[in-house]
Design a protein around this ligand. Structure first.
Ligand SMILES: [Zn+2]
Length: 558
């Protein structure tokens, strides 16, 4: 956290003034007898906290804070449980996350009857004619691993077209109405690269395999309406409050910013949002003269997200050396990087206008390439507080780990991916290269700022999952009970800091949030235990008892 400290020092006097002013009112909320971990080096721990207006008013011993209560103050006895700053997820895909909640959920359906029942219930809740999408079913869970057919759902969805996908997105089931709208019949010829699954008579069963065939239906699905997007964003913000996430950084906000503004004006937002758009459209922002992290406490713009390479799972992450299990390839640079030099030009142009640049890089060569671009831009434009970020920073050589520290590039990482990819990463890149995979420890030791997030919906939004992964490095398959690449484990305190102060720094907001400091925004969570006292392998079981955003209770467990 080295680069943050001077900034905090400058602002501490200002914050103290705000705090004193707030204290003139009796606080609205006081939490006593808590294990408060502030993430503020000046006072790392406290027993009680007072909230006045939308700010942290005071921290201290319970007896002292109790004295501040007025007749209308709500006093909560935490009974020794943890109070932490609200979590700030540095990397989400917000609306997609919302849709994963508002869509029909078929993930744990284990029979045709259950599958049909879920579709029936969902169809009753929505207007006639609206498409039923999503689903994420898995036919491996059905008896005999039978593929579903349109007959499973036709009777319960006569007025709603259905197109629900398998969990991996490589096939989807359409009902008869969807097939009719898409004009897919017995006579439709198969498409190259895809398959229309057919019954004995040649009649389509409803299953379409791979993008080429699924496109037959996809192209007749209308664009999402404002109301659907609104419902998804409402579901997302409610879910975030439930899991203690009070700020998110939306990597794919694009044109959703107006929706977020609408919700903010109606008082519906329970989550602060930093809304990014693609670096490919940097000129849209560039022309307005807006610079990085522009806006208010709730909603800000000015960030640009780009891509250098693909993913480890699909062997498209770009490495210096070939994959161990696919020696004919070392991954690729994606089209945004081509022709060579184009990304440098884009980052240069964006940086010249003061915009905030963050680039996805997974493989070691992709990370090297982006660090090089950042170095060249900084050399050309001179020093400034630009907080360049690499999203994922997944596989790093020791030389690049050092550069995250010396170049002050934020490593925006998602520890849950470590628990996930760690299952098969050794096989793909070998155990030597794996030493620099999700290198949390080495990055912190090199003086880099870690900003943690989830990559929701690729991984769960619940920060407890990420904290557990960072601290234990256990893999999802249970095969590394003591952790995978154990030397890269970090402490719980460091992991929480990356999820609060680190991510606040990554969005230029560390002066007003990220720690429980008098004068800062009152975003905090009360947990159902003292998270520092439990077995780290149980961290994912920890629940949020109360989430406070902007001084107001946004969620409270019953
Ligand atoms: Zn992502």
């Amino acid at each position: 956290m080295k680069p943050i400290l001077p900034v905090i020092t400058i602002f501490s006097t200002m914050l103290a003034a705000v705090a004193a002013e707030n204290l003139q009112l009796p606080p609205e909320l006081i939490i006593l007898n808590a294990a408060v971990r502030t993430m503020d080096a000046a006072r790392p721990q406290a027993e009680a906290v007072a909230v006045s207006g939308n700010r942290i008013a005071a921290l201290g011993p319970s007896a002292e804070i109790k004295e501040l209560a007025g007749p209308k103050t709500r006093v909560v006895d935490a009974g020794g449980r943890s109070v932490l700053p609200g979590f700030n997820d540095a990397h989400v895909h917000w609306l997609m996350g919302g849709y994963s909640i508002t869509n029909v959920d078929l993930r744990d359906a284990t029979s045709a009857a259950e599958f049909s029942k879920r579709i029936a219930e969902f169809a009753q809740k929505i207007p006639k004619g609206r498409w039923i999408l999503g689903g994420d079913w898995d036919h491996e869970k059905f008896p005999g691993a039978a593929l579903p057919t349109k007959e499973w759902i036709d009777a319960v969805s006569p007025e709603n077209p259905v197109f629900v996908n398998r969990t991996d997105g490589h096939m989807a089931l359409a009902n008869s109405l969807a097939l009719k709208l898409a004009k897919v019949t017995k006579e439709t010829k198969d498409v190259p690269g895809g398959e229309i699954v057919r019954g004995a008579s040649g009649e389509p069963t409803g299953i379409l395999k791979e993008d080429a065939a699924m496109a037959l239906v996809d192209r007749v699905i209308p664009a999402r309406s404002w109301d659907e997007n609104h419902a998804a964003a409402l579901a997302a913000t409610e879910h975030a409050a439930r899991v203690g996430v009070t700020s998110v950084q939306d990597m794919s906000a694009g044109v959703d910013i107006g929706l977020y503004q609408f919700m903010h004006e109606r008082g519906e937002l329970k989550t602060r949002i930093y809304a990014m758009r693609s670096i490919l459209s940097w000129e849209v922002l560039g022309k307005t003269g807006v610079r990085g992290a522009f806006g208010g406490d709730w909603l800000r713009i000015g960030g640009l997200k780009g891509f250098a390479d693909g993913s480890l799972g699909s062997t498209t992450a770009r490495f210096f050396e070939p994959f161990s299990d696919a020696p004919n390839t070392r991954g690729l640079f994606v089209d945004q990087m081509l022709p060579e030099g184009i990304m440098l030009k884009r980052v240069e142009a964006a940086d010249e206008r003061g915009l905030h640049v963050m680039i996805h890089a997974i493989g070691d060569e992709a990370n090297y390439a982006i660090l090089e671009i950042f170095r060249q831009v900084e050399e050309k434009h001179g020093p400034r507080d630009r907080r360049f970020r690499i999203e994922h920073a997944q596989h790093l050589r020791p030389s690049e780990i050092k550069r995250f520290g010396s170049q002050k590039v934020v490593a925006s990482m998602q520890p849950y991916h470590c628990a996930d990819d760690g299952r098969w990463c050794d096989k793909r890149i070998g155990s030597e290269r794996a030493k620099g995979t999700y290198a949390f420890r080495s990055l912190l030791d090199a003086g880099a700022v870690l900003a943690f997030g989830s990559d929701w919906t690729v991984a769960p939004l619940n920060p407890m999952e990420g904290l557990k992964a960072a601290v234990t490095r256990q893999t999802l398959d249970g095969k590394h009970p003591n952790g995978w690449v154990t030397e890269q484990k970090i402490t719980l305190e460091e992991a929480i800091r990356a999820f609060t102060m680190g991510s606040a720094y990554a969005e230029f907001q560390d002066q007003i949030k990220g720690s429980l400091t008098p004068g800062k925004l009152a975003d905090l969570v009360l947990l159902d235990c003292d998270i520092y006292k439990i077995d780290p392998a149980q961290i994912d079981k920890v629940k949020v008892t109360m989430t406070v955003v902007d001084g107001k209770v946004a969620y409270e467990a019953r």
